[in-house]
Design a protein around this ligand. Structure first.
Ligand SMILES: Nc1nc2c(ncn2[C@@H]2O[C@H](COP(=O)(O)OP(=O)(O)OP(=O)(O)O)[C@@H](O)[C@H]2O)c(=O)[nH]1
Length: 509
């Protein structure tokens, strides 16, 4: 039996393939016996098995011989389910929210926005029909690979309970005016993958190219979904597909498009995509007729999380660090922060410190309760998004971009840092003294470009080490973190290489 999976406690296994890759196949009886043994082995270790596909092989034999591919899923002992994050990108009106509505609510759309209604968060979104803030939607798969979603009036808690794999979609806004939200979502929520939605009737339009560029610059592997195929004649759909394939193959992109037309393709696409993010699976679907949605579900069910078990274990061994992305006041609960636990483990009742404040200090607080996907949770693990209730902690002391960390940690807080950057685009040239918006993880703040090492100015495509100074308050940064900056048409990417840390010990109260 050959394994084609990864090291997260499961994977895809091929029965009937020798370890040297020879496709010998098994007779029907041998296959039955092998599957039976595999089921027994899996039961012992608490894993689930789903048969993905069977193929006949020609191997010097008169009787038919087959190869069977099975998906083995073992949920780590310390975790409720496998967790995968997918950022959803796409131009305005490409059908992102509708697709999410259909996947997570289990009801098709009527072409006039019925499916997306469930997803809106703010009143003005319902009125204008645009998604302005980042929202999370969940889609579960049970051990048989069947979808578990809000259909049959399930609650988020029930979905979490019966799912062995959970996909959290991060719905990033498509309208250009919300570009900063899109960048924030990609840099701050550490998605495993991005799903770029393109409408079949418009093709590449508006922000599509920019989103594609952002996913590539931030090295988030992405797949494409061409939506609304029911609205166009087949030649129009083909034209959009060809346009996308051409763009993906361009030297700047260097991707290998993989059109998914059958269930078999969906299995292969998930396997290959997980091994090489250069492969870009493309689905052509309709949220109104439901065409090819099953292929997308097969793909999402098989897709393994990007961070493997070992990386996850390492992150969990570190001290807790929670990045604050949202701040709310909830009646009878008090101050609540939403965000992601970057490292460590955080328990209900834990005492942490939050900061940096404007003076660079950290303030003590207690995590009163934790919620994930709108249901209570006692322990939060690295990589998981959640909301933490902080009781009576004064909301006005908090801001997005802060971190909640262990009091034992010495966070590196700075006003000034150096970064190695590449200028992606600038109308003329970029000089000392310009102000740009810098995005680093969940930090977003205006900074002054104070110094360009070895140069007076920077032109499009040039690389340099530069020094930035935040203008409002100091921030918690770590060397090596990816960075993105922009101001009007100016855009650049890079990473933090060093920082001038200010002393924070005195701030620990
Ligand atoms: N016929 C048809 N209409 C669709 C399909 N998908 C979405 N629509 C319609 O297209 C319109 C826009 O869809 P949305 O899901 O709101 O688009 P969006 O990309 O989320 O837009 P923003 O949130 O503004 O970025 C809605 O009226 C949907 O009903 C589809 O597959 N077929």
């Amino acid at each position: 039996m050959a394994a084609a999976g990864r090291s997260w406690g499961g994977g895809i296994y091929q029965i009937g393939v020798e370890d040297n890759g020879l496709l010998v196949g098994l007779s029907e009886e041998e296959m039955k016996a092998s599957l039976h043994t595999l089921h027994r082995m899996a039961e012992k270790v608490g894993a689930d098995i789903t048969v993905l596909r069977e193929r006949e092989v020609d191997y010097d034999n008169d009787s038919p011989r087959k190869i069977t591919e099975v998906l083995i899923r073992k949920v780590p002992d310390n975790q409720q389910f496998l967790d995968l994050r997918v950022a959803v990108l796409g131009n305005v009106d490409s059908g992102k929210s509708t697709l999410l509505g259909v996947l997570t609510q289990g009801e098709l759309d009527n072409g006039r926005g019925r499916a997306r209604l469930n997803l809106f968060r703010h009143l003005h979104e319902i009125q204008s029909g645009r998604t302005s803030s980042i929202s999370f939607e969940i889609l579960g798969f049970n051990s048989k690979g069947e979808v578990v979603n809000y259909s049959e009036s399930r609650t988020a808690e029930q979905i979490c309970e019966s799912a062995s794999k959970m996909i959290t979609f991060i719905d990033l806004a498509g309208h250009h005016k919300y570009l900063k939200t899109t960048i924030f979502g990609l840099t701050s929520y550490c998605p495993d993958f991005a799903m770029l939605v393109v409408s079949a009737n418009t093709g590449i339009a508006g922000t599509t190219r920019e989103h594609l560029g952002l996913a590539m610059a931030l090295k988030v592997p992405f797949f494409l979904v061409v939506s609304k195929v029911d609205l166009c004649a087949p030649p129009t759909v083909d034209r959009t597909l060809r346009q996308l394939e051409r763009t993906l193959k361009q030297p700047g992109c260097n991707k290998v498009p993989f059109m998914v037309r059958t269930e078999d393709d969906a299995v292969t696409a998930a396997q290959q995509f997980a091994q090489s993010p250069n492969i870009t699976p493309i689905f052509a679907i309709s949220s109104v007729t439901g065409e090819s949605l099953d292929l997308l579900k097969v793909f999402l069910n098989i897709l393994p999380p990007l961070t493997n078990c070992r990386e996850q274990e390492e992150l969990m061994q570190q001290l807790p660090e929670f990045q604050v992305d949202e701040i709310y006041t909830v009646p009878e609960v008090g101050t609540v922060v939403g965000g992601t636990l970057y490292s460590g483990v955080c328990k209900e009742g834990e005492r942490l410190v939050v900061g940096p404040t404007d003076s660079g200090s950290f303030l003590p607080l207690k995590v009163c309760s934790i919620q994930r996907n709108r249901s209570a949770c006692r322990v939060l693990r690295a990589g998981q998004a959640a909301t933490l209730a902080l009781g009576a902690f004064d909301r006005s002391l908090l801001r997005k971009g802060m971190v909640l960390v262990s009091p034992e940690m010495m966070p590196t807080v700075c006003w000034v840092f150096e970064a190695e950057i590449v200028l992606l685009f600038h109308a003329t040239s970029c000089r000392r003294g310009v102000q740009v918006t810098v995005h680093v993880g969940n930090v977003r703040q205006t900074a002054i470009l104070e110094h360009i090492h070895g140069k007076d100015e920077l032109r499009t495509g040039e690389k340099a080490v530069v020094r930035f100074r935040f203008i409002k308050h100091p921030e918690y940064l770590k060397p090596g973190t990816k960075l993105l900056f922009r101001e009007g048409v100016t855009k650049g990417i890079g990473h933090v290489c060093s920082l001038q840390a200010i002393t924070t010990e005195s701030g620990h109260l």
